[in-house]
Ligand binder design. Structure first.
Ligand code: LLP
Length: 415
């Protein structure tokens, strides 16, 4: 069942139209609380980068990770400042362009370095700059090969082979090394995440250098299917805390332990709301066509991701009546002029089905657990404007991003 009640979603659809993203602040705060044992919770904002969500995070004492100049600007707009609180923003990447170097130096933003070339570029501009090293531990794991960020197929991080050279350069330049960071992939599981703890201890010993902090990266899973297990955050913390202690014993002083989740904080806190515009059947499938497409929610088309879909009947007095003739299983698709615009598909693009309760034209369709990598991955494909975002907090909802207008798109092309 959706985290929102049907009447709320009907009201939201009426007021703001569809498609629309709706988030629940209480769910985000609940997720944050589960990670309070870590010294620093750093939100990987690529999962949901609306400045109002960032402001909520900041008010809860959560720091932020940025992966582009745009995400740095978002962090600053949301009130993060490394001058007021050092290290509240960290920039993570494998390359850094000249404009972004200026930005990180100007705002004292530590850089989490994922390549030797990036290391040179920072050092040339600011030889004493604070940095992290992002290490590729030689293995990785994600919910898809596309989100696995470790091992020989990954472009991310400094490999173990390159680590000694990176350390030598850092020392030669006099860069200020804060810590070692590792992110093995997104949508991982406890078993693989715990392998990263052991690897971190080995890597810190191998690096043979003093540090003040370690970061677990992100990758904490969120449940999408009814049977998906919730991450036991106390076990997750205990494993990392043990790794931290081993490293403290080795270095002879205390170090900070950071966690860098994206999905875990927001995925289950958001839905995409759409309206049904058409029902049609082929010999293979009963299709339900809605006004949201993969320009809004890309995950099913990109990874075959599952999002539980529910009908909200426009008729508030609707009572389920199951006629023997009515189909139960539907393929749900969007308006885009591309066959892959289907929300019910597996990772190979094979169309699957979900059971829906008597969907009809005019009813609303809700895509659950879409708060992470939902709005932030949207595009303007087929010249469709970005959908509005609405935040529900303390019983009230408010618009936190307006619907983009077609004129906004055209304006960029008026030369
Ligand atoms: N830290 C770093 C360096 C990352 O690259 C990422 C995600 C995270 C943290 C946060 O990972 P999380 O806790 O959210 O798993 N678009 C994909 C996910 C791509 C993740 C990219 N990096 C999806 O929709 O599943």
């Amino acid at each position: 069942m959706s985290i929102f009640n049907s009447n709320t979603l009907r009201e939201v659809a009426q007021q703001f139209g569809t498609p629309a993203w709706v988030y629940d602040a209480a769910t985000i705060r609940h997720q944050i609380r589960q990670l309070r044992d870590f010294d620093v919770i750093r939100f990987a904002q690529k999962a949901c980068s609306n400045t109002h969500i960032l402001r909520l995070m900041r008010e809860e004492g959560v720091m932020v990770d940025a992966v582009s100049a745009g995400e740095i600007e978002r962090s600053l707009a949301a009130g993060y400042s490394n001058i007021e609180q050092s290290e509240s923003i960290v920039f993570t990447a494998d390359i850094i362009d000249r404009e972004t170097v200026e930005l990180v130096v100007q705002h004292h933003i530590p850089v989490n370095i994922g390549s030797i070339d990036m290391l040179h570029r920072i050092a040339e501009k600011a030889p004493r700059h604070p940095i992290w090293i992002r290490v590729n531990p030689g293995f990785g794991h994600g919910h898809s090969e596309k989100t696995n960020t470790g091992g020989a197929n990954s472009k991310h991080g400094i490999t173990l082979d390159d680590l000694p050279q990176a350390i030598t350069l850092i020392q030669q330049y006099g860069l200020d090394l804060i810590g070692i960071h590792m992110h093995i992939g997104s949508g991982s599981d406890l078993e693989h995440l715990s392998q990263a703890c052991n690897a971190m201890v080995e890597i810190v010993k191998f690096a043979n250098v003093d540090i003040r902090a370690i970061s677990t990266g992100g990758g904490l899973p969120a449940p999408y299917l009814i049977n998906d297990e919730k991450l036991d955050t106390s076990i997750f913390f205990r494993l990392w805390d043990e790794a931290r202690r081993d490293i403290e014993n080795h270095l002879g002083h205390a170090i900070k332990l950071e966690v860098e989740p994206g999905r875990f904080l927001v995925a289950n806190a958001g839905v995409l709301l759409s309206e049904i515009h058409c029902l049609k059947s082929t010999q293979q499938h009963h299709f339900v066509l809605v006004d949201a497409g993969f320009n809004d929610l890309l995950r099913p088309s990109m990874y075959g991701s599952y999002h539980k879909i529910e009908v909200i009947h426009q008729d508030v007095n609707y009572k389920p009546v199951r006629s023997m003739a009515a189909p139960l299983n539907y393929a749900v698709a969007g308006p885009l002029c591309e066959s892959g615009d289907v929300f019910t598909q597996d990772a190979n693009g094979v169309i699957c089905h979900q059971t829906l309760d008597n969907p009809r034209v005019g009813d609303l369709l809700v895509f659950n657990d879409a708060g992470g990598y939902g709005a932030s991955m949207s595009s303007n494909y087929n010249s469709r404007p970005l959908a509005p975002e609405i935040l529900m907090d303390d019983g009230h909802y408010r618009l936190i991003r307006k619907r983009q207008q077609i004129s906004d798109l055209l304006a960029l092309e008026v030369l």
